[in-house]
Each structure stands twice: as structure tokens, then as C-alpha cells.
Write a protein that binds this ligand. Structure first.
Ligand code: UD1
Ligand code: CA
Length: 484
């Protein structure tokens, strides 16, 4: 697949610039998650596991030198991360981590060194990948593996060093095949490796499936290369959190909370106040400027960008939205694909759907829903209102209970409300319709025709007053009751 792209990006082999590829193993099903969704598409910190690993990889080598090995639900995985520009290699049958590299042989052979990452361990950093590569190059090793000491190593492969102080490795033993003594080893195989490509592929056929899973274990390459008198070394990271793999729902949840807590700490270090970080859900790609205050139980998701000196009150959920400086978002607002300019005030309980553009200093209040609108500078829609497909100018007052009737059952139509208009409470504006600059719409009007500039439109039944009617009715009822 993608053969046209499998040429290494650097011009040719020189001593100083080895050609380096990164493979990301992402073909597995993730049986332990008990899910329809392939494992590497499960999200932590607001994006798929694989997207995190690709982001780290593409900071070490360019995307054209990154190869994601996909298999289970390959099309779904490919379309989720295709925008990153990496290559894909198909492992149609998943016969183990060693097999994953066997199928990628053709794509990877043109390179000198291969960094092999696990698609289910999302906290790996570009710094650690680069350090692992440098160690491998310095050691002139055939295989270098990343390890970490874990307090709870159960489930991971264990590193068998030649001697406690030596970087040289005898082999890796998987949990299922480990002896009681080996299970006590706390140094685990992180599942990240660097290989010298010629050595890898001249010995990979020696892997066997003689193990409890009947799979080709990539971990066995350590012993295979050792037996072929090749150098196999280990480099241990002090930051054990970055090697954690997400194999179960509990591990996904743990990794997600670690990523989000780190995000909150980073934001706090940058000058953002977060009252109760453990309750806030802030995605990795969110940006927030200093002096903004985030109250407890706030969610800020996707590609949201929040300005400086804003206050976001509890229970608001903001997704893919852009918020200017000094905006006050009161409790319980929901924003999705909205843009809010500086000093605007929202909520409590406003619902801004996609394409809502709220102007500088504008107010959108209680139980107001907006969709695909522009609300001009200083305009106000404070209570119980639906504004959809509308262009609303500056200094407009939208009374309580106003509704833009934008949908005729087939098509959507636009309502235009020009600068300085006053819309009385409980009005319905049947689109397409235009209310001209400075006009007034009387309360409870149903506006079906354009209103000219500076006019008053009244679109409601005229009030009829029957003097003395109630008194007369009471009198007749009293006479009837006496007769009974
Ligand atoms: C693997 C290691 C283990 C290590 C652990 C670290 C092996 C045999 N064991 O175990 O020593 O401690 O990672 O997290 O490698 N995959 C494929 N194709 C396959 C099989 C798996 O692409 O045929 C992918 C998976 O999608 C996953 C990655 O390889 O992203 C690792 O596979 P997984 O089954 O999670 O291995 P572990 O049991 O965690
Ligand atoms: Ca794993």
C-alpha cells in the first residue's frame, strides 16, 4: 500500500544521517476492551490512542517516514487518522507483533533503522523516542528496547538483563510464560523498540509461534538476535507513566485521567485558574489564555480556544468553539462549533449550536438556543428564545420568547434583523423575512412580511374589551343557583 510513498525521505545513506522510519503497530482488535470499536480508536484526552502516538512520531520523523500497521477494521482506522499524512501497511491477519513487522518488510527495507511503537500506548513523548534512538545509535545495537520499572508489572513482558548493571539483554519473557521468579521482575518491556533494519529482517523469519497465544512475538527478537550474536540493549525511562498501554477499560480510564490532569497542570502553569481540576474535562488540543477562571465540572473539548480573563462557570460544556477575551459563560451552557467575541455574556443555560457567532459584548441568556446566526455587537437575547439562520445586527433587543421560524418543512430560510431593532416578547418571525433598521415589532406579533426601517409592526389579533362582562356573568350565575 502507498508504494509511491515508501521511499525514505532523506536523500541517501551517509554516516551522519541514517535513514529512520517509524512503524506503529495498530492492527489488533483489542479483545480485552469488549468493544465494537477497534482498540486504537478508543479515545483518551479527547482523541484516539493512535492519534496520540502518530502525533509523537511525526515530531521525530516526517509523516512520509511513518507507517501505521493496520488490520482489524482497517478502513475505519485509516480514515480516522488519514489526515496526518502517514503511510499505512495492511496486516490483514493479525498473527502477533512480530508478524506485524514481517508484513511491513517491503515498506521498511529501504531504511537503516526502524523505531517501532505500540499504537495503544498514547503517552509516549517525542523526547523519549529520540532518546531511545540516540541510545541505540550510540550503542550500535541491532535491537534496543525501552523499559520502565512499574510497581504493578503484571501483564507486561519482563526484561531479562544479562546482569543487573548491564544494558545488554538476554531476552524478554511474556507474563504468560514467566516463572514465579521472573514475575517478580519490575522492569517491564514497554513495547517500543529500535531495530537496525538489515539485522531485523535477516533474522525475523526465526520467530516461531511456539507460545501460549500461538503468535509471532516481536519480543522474541531479543533472544533471536542474541543467539545470532547481535547486540541487544535496553534503555530505561524514569517516566513510567508514558509507557502505559491501554488494554482494558480500566487502563483507558487511568490513562485518560493522567493525560487530563497533566493538561490541567500545564494550563495552571500558564496562568489559568482551575478551581477543582479533578472535576474538569479538558481535551489535549484545547488552548486557554491566562487569567481565565474555570469553575468545577466544566468540559472544554475538541479544538476549542478560550481567550484571556474569561470566567467559565460550572457545568458548561464547550466543544470546538472559539471564545474571545473577557467572556462570561454562566452555569450550564452548551457550546458546539460557536464563536463568541470579547466581553460577551452567556447563560445560564444557553445552547449555542454550530455556526453561532456572538458579537462583542452581546448577551445570550437563559434557555436561548442559537444555530447558524450572527448576533451583532451589544445585542441581547436574554430569555427563552430560538434564533436559527438569522443575521442580527448591532444593538438589537430580542424580547423573551422570540422565535425565528426558519424551517418550512423542506427548506431553511433566513431572518434578517438590522441594527437597533426592538423585537417585543413572544414574537414569531416567519422566514424569509427582514426587519429594517431601528424598527419595532410589537409583543406577541407573528411577522410574515418585511418591516421597513423605523416602522412599528404589529402582527396580532386586536384586543377586544367588553366592559362589565364579568360582573354580568356573575349576576346571572347567582340567580340560576337560587332557582335550584
Ligand atoms: C506487548 C508485548 C509486551 C509488552 C507490552 C507493552 C508482545 C508479544 N508483547 O504486549 O512484552 O510488555 O506490549 O505494552 O509484543 N498488534 C498488531 N498486530 C498484531 C498484534 C498486535 O498490530 O498481530 C498491535 C496491537 O494493536 C497493539 C500492539 O501491537 O497496538 C501491542 O499488542 P498487544 O496485543 O496490546 O500486546 P500486549 O499484550 O500489550
Ligand atoms: Ca498492549
Amino acid at each position: 500500500m502507498n508504494k509511491s510513498r515508501s521511499e525514505p525521505s532523506s536523500s541517501g545513506p551517509t554516516l551522519s544521517t541514517p535513514r529512520v522510519a517509524i512503524a506503529i503497530m495498530a492492527a489488533g482488535k483489542g479483545t480485552r476492551l469488549k468493544s465494537q470499536l477497534p482498540k486504537v480508536l478508543h479515545e483518551v484526552g479527547g482523541k484516539p490512542l493512535l492519534a496520540h502516538v502518530i502525533a509523537a512520531a511525526t515530531r521525530v520523523v516526517p509523516p512520509q517516514d511513518v507507517f501505521a500497521i493496520i488490520g482489524h477494521e482497517a478502513d475505519r482506522v485509516r480514515s480516522a487518522v488519514a489526515h496526518t499524512g502517514v503511510n499505512f501497511v495492511l496486516q490483514s491477519e493479525q498473527r502477533g507483533t512480530g508478524h506485524a513487522l514481517m508484513v511491513a518488510r517491503e515498506a521498511l527495507s529501504p531504511y537503516d533503522h526502524l523505531i517501532d511503537l505500540s499504537g495503544d500506548a498514547p503517552q509516549i513523548t517525542p523526547q523519549t523516542i529520540a532518546q531511545l534512538l540516540n541510545f541505540h545509535l550510540d550503542e550500535q545495537a541491532a535491537m534496543t528496547l525501552l523499559s520502565a520499572d512499574l510497581d504493578h508489572p503484571t501483564g507486561y513482558g519482563r526484561v531479562l538483563r544479562k546482569s543487573p548493571r548491564s544494558a545488554e539483554v538476554q531476552g524478554i519473557v511474556e507474563e504468560k510464560s514467566a516463572s514465579a521468579a521472573q514475575k517478580r521482575i519490575r522492569e517491564i518491556n514497554a513495547g517500543f523498540y529500535v531495530f537496525a533494519v538489515p539485522q531485523l529482517f535477516s533474522h525475523i523469519e526465526k520467530l516461531s509461534t511456539a507460545n501460549p497465544h500461538a503468535e509471532y512475538y516481536l519480543t522474541d527478537m531479543a533472544a533471536v538476535l542474541r543467539q545470532a550474536r547481535q547486540r541487544v540493549v535496553v534503555w530505561k525511562t524514569e517516566n513510567s507513566a508514558e509507557v502505559l498501554g491501554a488494554n482494558t477499560r480500566a487502563e483507558l480510564s487511568l490513562i485518560d485521567s493522567q493525560i487530563r490532569m497533566r493538561k490541567c497542570q500545564q494550563l495552571m502553569a500558564e496562568g489559568i485558574a482551575i478551581f477543582y481540576p479533578a472535576t474538569c474535562v479538558i481535551d489535549n488540543d484545547v488552548s486557554i489564555a491566562p487569567d481565565t477562571i474555570i469553575e468545577p465540572f466544566v468540559q472544554i473539548l475538541g479544538n476549542s480556544r478560550i481567550g484571556a480573563s474569561c470566567r467559565i462557570r460550572s457545568y458548561s460544556v464547550i466543544r470546538d468553539s472559539e471564545i474571545g477575551d473577557g467572556v462570561l459563560i454562566r452555569n450550564g451552557c452548551i457550546l458546539d462549533g460557536a464563536r463568541v467575541e470579547r466581553n460577551a455574556i452567556l447563560g445560564p443555560y444557553s445552547h449555542l449550536r454550530s455556526g453561532s457567532n456572538i458579537g462583542e459584548g452581546a448577551h445570550v441568556g437563559n434557555f436561548v438556543e442559537t444555530k447558524k446566526i450572527k448576533l451583532g455587537k451589544g445585542s441581547k437575547a436574554n430569555h427563552l428564545t430560538y434564533l436559527g439562520d438569522a443575521e442580527i445586527g448591532a444593538g438589537v433587543n430580542i424580547g423573551a420568547g422570540t422565535i425565528t421560524c426558519n424551517y418550512d418543512g423542506v427548506h431553511k430560510h433566513t431572518t434578517v434583523i438590522e441594527d437597533g431593532v426592538f423585537i417585543g416578547s413572544d414574537s414569531t418571525l416567519v422566514a424569509p423575512v427582514r426587519v429594517g433598521k431601528g424598527a419595532y415589532v410589537a409583543a406577541a406579533s407573528c411577522i410574515t412580511e418585511n418591516v421597513p426601517e423605523d416602522a412599528l409592526a404589529i402582527g396580532r389579533a386586536q384586543q377586544v374589551v367588553k366592559e362589565g362582562w364579568a360582573g354580568r356573568k356573575r349576576a346571572t350565575r347567582t340567580t340560576e343557583m337560587r332557582k335550584q
